[in-house]
Design a protein around this ligand. Structure first.
Ligand SMILES: Cc1cc2nc3c(=O)[nH]c(=O)nc-3n(C[C@H](O)[C@H](O)[C@H](O)COP(=O)(O)OP(=O)(O)OC[C@H]3O[C@@H](n4cnc5c(N)ncnc54)[C@H](O)[C@@H]3O)c2cc1C
Length: 393
């Protein structure tokens, strides 16, 4: 039976990141992915590598600081895949967040980003509003411009796995994790690969199965404690009209939530929603009322979309956020990654719940720190904040 230092379940951005971090630290690693890389949440995000301006409203300063640091690292190591873009926040007479509030927020954003050139912001002069993709100007008081970054989430995930494989890590795909048994100093892992059952051992099993993480954790014997989480569905739609100036960060006319309207592959991507979800993660799909909610956003801000209906949507997808269980609205809940272990200080199982696409590298570095006491010493191969990521071919 093959023995690995670390076996990782789930080929989303978190599993990819941990695979890369473990390989870079000189340890042996196997990633088990059931369908395809980024086939879950990591291809259904808003595709932003961002500080998360709105998290300032819920005082998640540490998250914003770390995210801005990770954004800067991405712009250096993944220039092929991550692009800094202009973001526009139009402020109308009835917009809830006023220009002074937004500018104060952007000043804090710049402070947390170390006043780097990419954190500069300002107001778009009225004489330039005509260049904003036909943005509705009736009742428009001001347009604030700042910068954040956009990526292709699935390509980024594949690029990180590629980086890990180039350092000797292994990938089993398609392969499904079936169960694991804890031993004194590790884990015996069962999985099915191409229809045949397979086994291996690991010093540490990392559960990076995203919305499926609770069911993966439930297949570990003896049972381990897992955090209480809620699944919250987020839908995006694609409309056939190309925005070119940048990304628009607007308030939904329905409930005032912040929604992105973004250029995407020659069309426009609009998202997202926050709908509590109770079903099986595999079954998640956009709901008609979510599509209507997003169409209302498009129509409110861009006359070019006013005649469009649900029949004009060219693509739609829904993903699941994993959030700490709570009674408050999903929008206000922490977006910090939750890490759990079966025991300390030498964990045999580590679970990653929730988190952000933007924070995958920092999350993976944290995982490595937490599991280091369970791993034998090895010679480090590389530092992940220096490994260049290339767009996979
Ligand atoms: C609507 C939405 C928008 C978002 N937008 C952004 C954004 O713009 N920027 C940002 O930074 N973050 C964003 N996020 C958050 C980000 O997308 C997620 O945090 C991230 O993609 C989670 O990745 P993951 O690897 O944990 O999970 P996933 O990507 O879901 O990966 C889990 C993987 O586990 C596999 N798996 C499950 N069970 C098994 C099994 N038994 N055996 C083998 N494999 C298994 C699945 O096939 C899947 O590939 C968004 C999230 C949502 C839902």
């Amino acid at each position: 039976m093959k023995a690995y230092d670390v076996v990782i379940i789930g080929g989303g951005i978190h599993g990819a990141g941990v695979l890369q971090a473990v390989a870079a630290s000189g340890h042996s690693a196997l990633l088990i992915e059931r369908l395809g890389l980024a086939s879950g949440t990591s291809s259904r995000s808003s595709k932003l590598i961002h500080g998360g301006l709105r998290y300032l409203e819920s005082a998640q300063f540490a998250l914003v600081r770390e995210s801005l640091r990770e954004r800067a690292i991405h712009l250096k190591i993944a220039a092929d895949l991550v692009e800094l873009k202009s973001f526009f926040i139009p402020v109308y007479r009835d917009t809830r967040r006023r220009p002074w509030q937004l500018k104060l927020g952007l000043w804090v954003y710049a402070l947390l980003g170390g006043f780097d050139a990419s954190t500069r912001f300002g107001t778009v002069p009225k004489s330039e509003w005509h260049s904003l993709d036909g943005l509705e100007t009736h009742g428009l008081d001001a347009v604030i411009r700042y910068h954040d970054a956009q990526t292709d989430d699935a390509s980024l995930t594949r690029a990180v796995v590629q980086s890990a494989l180039s350092m000797g890590a292994e990938l089993a795909m398609p392969a499904s994790f079936i169960g694991a048994v804890l031993t004194d100093d590790g884990v015996a892992v069962n999985y099915v690969r191409e229809g045949a059952s397979a086994e291996c051992t690991a010093r540490v099993l990392v559960n990076a199965a995203g919305p499926w993480a609770p069911s993966v954790a439930g297949a570990i014997q003896p049972p381990i404690q897992i955090p209480a989480v809620d699944l919250v569905q987020g839908t995006h739609i694609v409309l056939p009209f190309a925005l070119t100036a940048g990304i628009y960060y607007v308030e939904s006319p329905t409930d005032g939530r912040a929604v992105f309207v973004m250029p995407w592959r020659g069309a426009t991507l609009i998202g997202t929603t926050e709908t509590p979800y109770q079903g099986a993660p595999d079954k998640v799909q956009p709901l008609p009322e979510e599509e209507d909610y997003l169409l209302a956003v498009a129509r409110r801000y861009f006359p070019a979309f006013r005649h469009l209906t649900r029949d004009d949507i060219t693509e739609r997808f829904a993903g699941l956020r994993v959030l700490p269980a709570a009674s408050q609205a999903a929008f206000d809940r922490s977006r910090e990654t939750i890490f759990t272990t079966d025991r300390e200080p030498r964990p045999r199982v580590l679970g990653i719940y929730g988190g952000k696409l933007t924070g995958w590298r920092a999350a993976a570095a944290h995982v490595l720190e937490r599991i280091a006491p369970s791993l034998p010493p090895r010679l480090r191969r590389a530092a992940t904040d220096e490994l260049i990521l290339r767009r996979p071919t």
